[in-house]
Design a protein around this ligand. Structure first.
Ligand code: GCW
Length: 659
């Protein structure tokens, strides 16, 4: 029986799967062959498309030339997720040996639209570069007094949890799973890595609620994961310890995990934030993070599950007077000595930068330094430090730079054998992501996880074509104009030259140059009357630059060779220091801040000119957010420029207004 396509609740935006995106498929004759639950999903998709556009879908007949599209078992083993695509003699053929592969093949045809049915196509094999393409939701079940329901969430409440429990109706969760499958995502963690007391129970007596979410995701090939607290044996099991080498603790985890699999046979595994920002962990027992991760890996192993152990471990109670401790060093210092000690089903999940999702950071040196460990790289789709979905900031180019970064001869995208993970930006907002254009970030993440070397601009093209299927060239051009350079624009009007963290403490929105300067979080810029930046060189600084292999360690070591955009991350330099661009640091600060605001003004005008080409509700929502982005960008410009003018006493060479 074909599985009906989830029905979007009234008023919810179809994002990149509007009905019109299915026109090419829906107007044709399709044959579907094979069996299994995901084949029923595929059938449901094609059947609905045919209903809309007058085509026809047949099951399990012989492929006899009467069909425009044949979706069915392929000739070779491409794993569960791969598929082939070819076109010959007027028939387009998708071959796959797994249900997921067939579904991904169908969505690929949808992306191609009419092109899928033109001319001839030599057979091409499509296979994801990374087996795990995962979204972590920082959703709380109970609304947290400080963080709200979704920690760092800018898109309303949780898609999963409402009034303290899993939502009653899960049609929207099914629709979310469908959107995710259409961009290649295959795993979701349904609760915050900061596991509070209510959420801890999802592992045990409340696992039934997680099982219902898993049921909603399964038809679109998505496995469900759960964040758990390391202290669970004490909190939930009444034990007196959570020591990972203690027999009773290990037994407790084995039993709890067995019961999880009784409820969710295809459960993906656990996500753990331990010894990080106050969360419990193995350090309390004098054990290593490999001991902690391996205990959970052992509990999951009989069932094929994986533990995602986060490497975000640093001292968040640092004394700002202490210049010897460098937060950027922490993950490497903690984890590199453990290389080779992690179990085969333990994945070390590493943030892409050494600090914390700033608009500009170097790529974490840890990623290239653990060849005997399965690593997953973690990105942040939710825009905590990049405008909180009030600002347009398309992160495709940033992620692409990260994924293409080469340590010696291997790219990050190749080192991430454990997968690519991101913190989701979706919530129960009618546009899913608060800012309608932030949908592009979610889509781009999925596609880059499938193919880390894909060109981000082409991915954006796909998103535009799917989301606005009948877009005239002027609309597509306008969308590129406002999105393509938006990350660089954001970088320009916020913290300069890689220094980071000049944000308002706590909520992290808007400027506060010294907001984190005297804090315990390890986030400093050290600006004084003579200069600014953090000396992280090996020769005179914290030694962080020495955590890279060559050529990076050498390149970052000297201000003469360090790339401009990271200069203040690696070096403390005088305001008059001349950048590789030929400008002084202080003039660069002034210029980029004026430029950044001018670029936002231009983008706002471009968007205004697209009225009439975009549906009015979406147009209005974006227009309204541009007003806020511009207000905030001006605030950034004036605070940052004034701050550095007052510190340095050096006026803007172009005499513009600085306060
Ligand atoms: O960026 C910081 C956020 C925290 C978050 C933490 C983490 C979930 O400000 O809100 O906690 O990172 O990644 O664990």
């Amino acid at each position: 029986m074909p599985l009906p396509v989830p029905v979007l609740p009234e008023g919810v935006d179809p994002a990149w799967l509007p009905p019109a995106a299915f026109r090419a498929v829906g107007g044709r004759r399709t044959l579907i062959r094979g069996s299994g639950p995901l084949v029923e999903t595929v059938h449901g998709e094609v059947a609905q498309a045919c209903q809309l556009f007058g085509g026809r879908v047949v099951r399990d007949a012989a492929p006899d030339g009467a069909y425009d599209l044949v979706l069915g078992p392929g000739a070779e083993d491409l794993g569960d997720e791969g598929f082939t695509l070819a076109r010959e003699g007027g028939t387009t053929t998708v071959g796959a040996c797994g249900g997921r592969g067939l579904l991904y093949g169908l969505f690929h045809v949808v992306r191609l639209g009419e092109d899928a049915f033109r001319g001839e196509r030599a057979r091409v094999v499509h296979r994801p570069a990374l087996a795990l393409r995962m979204l972590d939701h920082w959703d709380n079940v109970a609304v947290h007094p400080v963080m709200g329901q979704v920690e760092r969430g800018y898109a309303g409440g949780s898609l999963f949890w409402e009034d303290g429990r899993a939502r009653g109706g899960l049609e929207r969760v099914r629709a979310y799973g469908r959107l995710l499958a259409a961009c290649g995502i295959n795993a979701v963690a349904v609760n915050n890595v900061n596991v509070h007391e209510t959420e801890a129970r999802l592992l045990t007596d409340r696992i039934g609620e997680v099982a219902r979410l898993a049921d909603a995701f399964r038809p679109y090939g998505i496995r469900t994961h759960l964040s758990v607290t390391f202290a669970a044996p004490m909190l939930l099991g009444g034990l007196l310890t959570a020591d990972p080498l203690d027999g009773t603790v290990r037994d407790w985890w084995a039993g709890a995990t067995r019961r999880v699999y009784e409820a969710i046979p295809d459960f993906g595994g656990y996500v753990v934030k331990a010894d990080s920002e106050g969360r419990p962990g193995p350090f309390a027992y004098g054990r290593s993070h490999a001991d902690g991760a391996n205990m959970l890996a052992a509990a999951l192993d009989p069932f094929g599950g994986t533990v995602h152990w986060r490497a975000f471990v640093y001292d968040h109670r640092q004394d700002w007077r202490d210049r010897t401790t460098d937060r950027a060093r922490a993950a490497y210092d903690h984890f590199v000595p453990l290389d080779g000690e992690f179990a085969g089903n333990a994945v070390l999940q590493v943030k892409h930068g050494p600090m914390d999702f700033q608009a500009r950071e170097p790529v974490s040196p840890l990623i290239g330094a653990m060849p005997r460990t399965r690593l997953a790289v973690e990105l942040q789709v939710t825009q905590e430090y990049t405008g909180q979905q009030r600002h347009v900031c398309w992160l495709g180019p940033m992620w692409s730079e990260v994924l293409r970064f080469r340590y010696d001869d291997t790219r990050v995208g190749g080192l991430a054998r454990g997968g690519l993970v991101a913190v989701s930006n979706a919530g129960d907002d009618p546009f899913w992501t608060g800012h309608p254009l932030a949908q592009a970030n979610l889509y781009t993440f999925g596609r880059l996880a499938w193919r880390p070397d894909a060109g981000p601009r082409e991915v954006l093209d796909e998103w535009i074509q799917l989301t606005f299927p009948d877009a005239p060239a002027r609309l597509a051009g306008g969308l590129h104009a406002v999105l393509d350079g938006s990350w660089r624009t954001y970088e320009k009007y916020t913290a300069p030259l890689g220094v980071g963290f000049m944000v308002q403490p706590g909520h992290h929105y808007g400027p506060s140059v010294d907001g984190y300067e005297y804090s315990p979080w390890g986030t400093y810029h050290f600006a004084d009357r003579d200069g600014v930046g953090v000396d992280r060189s090996a020769a005179t600084g914290t030694g962080y630059a020495g955590q890279y292999g060559k050529p990076w360690s050498e390149l970052y070591e000297s201000p003469d060779t360090c790339p401009d955009e990271l200069l203040l991350f690696f070096h403390h330099v005088p305001y008059g220091h001349v950048l590789r661009s030929g400008k002084t640091v202080i003039q660069h600060i002034y210029d980029t801040h004026f430029e950044g605001v001018a670029e936002v003004e231009e983008a706002r005008a471009t968007w205004a000119s697209l009225a009439g080409l975009v549906d009015p509700a979406r147009h209005a929502r974006v227009a309204e957010r541009y007003e806020e982005q511009l207000r905030c960008a001006r605030e950034w410009r004036d605070q940052v420029n004034s701050y550095f003018f007052r510190k340095s006493g050096v006026p803007d060479a172009r005499g513009r207004r600085v306060y």
